[in-house]
Design a protein around this ligand. Structure first.
Ligand SMILES: Cc1cc2nc3c(=O)[nH]c(=O)nc-3n(C[C@H](O)[C@H](O)[C@H](O)COP(=O)(O)OP(=O)(O)OC[C@H]3O[C@@H](n4cnc5c(N)ncnc54)[C@H](O)[C@@H]3O)c2cc1C
Length: 442
């Protein structure tokens, strides 16, 4: 028996990021719903969950050998790629830059919006399945209005789910391109593996490089910090300041009277390195650069681009088609994009690699010690880490968990800060010590 684990066990053991693909395998018994910690997870609504549901789960501890990890899936879906690097995965080329037309309205360089527009314009696909505003919040939706493409711009750090993709895809006439973070893209690849006709139906995947998925509590917390104490809507996570640094962006949202409230993200401290409000499952994903997409897009977190407040995208093309789209855009002047080394791409996500890949072995060991399920992880990512880094890991896990339980209880940003103060201070101290010792060793 290959799959002793059930979807309910994955959810119970906090290994679910809410991609929702399992629902498409068992729609009469599973449905995505908000859980008590502000994540979308599959809930059982009927008897007899189909055994196939676990097969498409990106965190399945016992997958079939042929698709047991990102490397195996890349062998299937990106075998034509010219280059390979253990950190970047299979790829064609690596770039940095922006779209002249969409940079201003986008999160980073607007490459996602540009590529999606080209996919529609050139009739490579007929629809996009992307995250877009609906009734004041954000959801994955089908979309095909090429003249309104900027409506799909900007990344949204609120839980969203692909639940409807495979429930409705057969009602859609034509081909579909999808955007997604690494675990969502992996789930689509698994679905395509078990249903090969879906490779033709979904010929292009845009990978959004992800440093971790946040609970809805993250947005609630930011909204309160911006001065909204009631319901909020149409929140903006990446309001850029062209006169400032690329990292110096703001959060904003509308209150019930339709007033817009805005605050600089640096006023709430480090929300990413600390792991605040993050899904536990993200700590068991080693795919930093969305290795299974046709193209992977992220922020150019590099010294040489930090003074450009409008932001730049890092781009990894993995399929020939993706590379052609980017090269054509460069040639016709739509894209101000240049080639950079793969080392620069890796450097742009340095902290993510250190946390997600370097420390994965330690996190697996701690989980096994607690007798908990562990997803299938590439063995080549396993390495030992120093004692100070182990302490950082333990404190980061504690802080992450505490942020969710504390917000659930208090739902008040001032009380939350007081309650988290000492644990965050300890995490910052341990991180500093670890950095100092690491520099000495290097
Ligand atoms: C949860 C999360 C964590 C991230 N972490 C990192 C990180 O650690 N490092 C890094 O370099 N970049 C990270 N990003 C990506 C970064 O924020 C930009 O989205 C990316 O650089 C693309 O920018 P762009 O200007 O090309 O996109 P745009 O042109 O603005 O278009 C964004 C596209 O993403 C789609 N989208 C919006 N929200 C989501 C979502 N939640 N899931 C899937 N698709 C979505 C939109 O529909 C749109 O098509 C993260 C994004 C998310 C959603």
């Amino acid at each position: 028996m290959k799959n002793p684990t059930s979807i309910q066990e994955i959810v119970k053991q906090e290994l679910c990021t809410g991609c929702g693909i399992c629902v498409s395998e068992s729609p009469s018994s599973l449905k995505m719903q908000w859980n008590e910690y502000g994540f979308l997870t599959p809930h059982q609504i009927g008897d007899n969950i189909n055994d196939n549901a676990i097969r498409v789960c990106p965190f399945n501890p016992s997958p079939d050998d042929e698709v047991k990890d990102e490397d195996k899936l890349a062998d299937i879906y990106l075998k034509g790629a010219t280059n390979y690097d253990p950190k970047v995965g299979r790829f064609e080329n690596t770039y940095v830059g922006y779209s002249n037309e969409y940079r201003e309205v986008a999160s980073s360089g607007g490459l996602a919006t540009y590529i999606f527009k080209k996919l529609l314009e050139d009739r490579i696909v007929d629809y996009l399945f992307i995250v877009k505003e609906v009734e004041g919040t954000y959801k994955y939706q089908f979309f095909n209005q090429v003249n309104d493409i900027i409506k799909i711009s900007k990344t949204r750090y609120i839980p969203v789910s692909l639940e409807e993709l495979f429930l409705k895809i057969n009602e859609v006439d034509g081909k579909v391109a999808v955007s997604g973070v690494a675990c969502f893209i992996k789930a689509i690849r698994l679905k395509q593996y078990y249903n090969p006709e879906l490779k033709l139906k979904i010929p292009f995947l845009v990978g959004i490089i992800c440093g971790g998925l946040k609970s809805k509590f993250f947005t609630d917390y930011l909204a309160q910090n911006s001065g909204i104490n009631e319901a909020y809507s149409k929140q903006e996570y990446r309001i850029k300041d062209k006169k400032s640094l690329s990292s110096d962006y703001s959060f904003g949202a509308y209150d019930e009277k339709n007033n817009f409230h805005q605050m600089k993200m640096n006023t709430v401290g480090d929300m990413w390195g600390t792991g605040l409000f993050k899904s536990n499952a993200c700590d068991f994903c080693t795919d930093v650069l969305t290795e299974l997409a046709d193209v992977s897009l992220g922020d150019a977190w590099l010294e040489e681009y930090r003074n450009e407040g409008l932001g730049n995208s890092v781009v990894v093309t993995r399929s020939k088609l993706a590379d052609q789209i980017v090269r054509k855009g460069i040639r016709n002047g739509s894209l101000c994009v240049t080639e950079i080394s793969k080392e620069k791409i890796i450097a742009s996500q340095a902290s993510s690699f250190i946390h997600r890949q370097d420390a994965i072995d330690f996190r697996i060991k701690t989980r096994k010690f607690k007798n908990k399920l562990v997803p299938s992880i590439r063995r080549r990512n396993l390495k030992s880490i120093s004692l100070p880094f182990k302490l950082v890991q333990l404190q980061r896990q504690r802080t992450r968990k505490m942020s969710l339980t504390t917000w659930r209880q208090l739902k008040d940003h001032k009380k939350f800060k007081i309650s988290m103060k000492y644990d965050l201070k300890l995490l910052i101290l341990l991180t500093k010590i670890n950095h100092k010792l690491r520099k000495r060793i290097i």
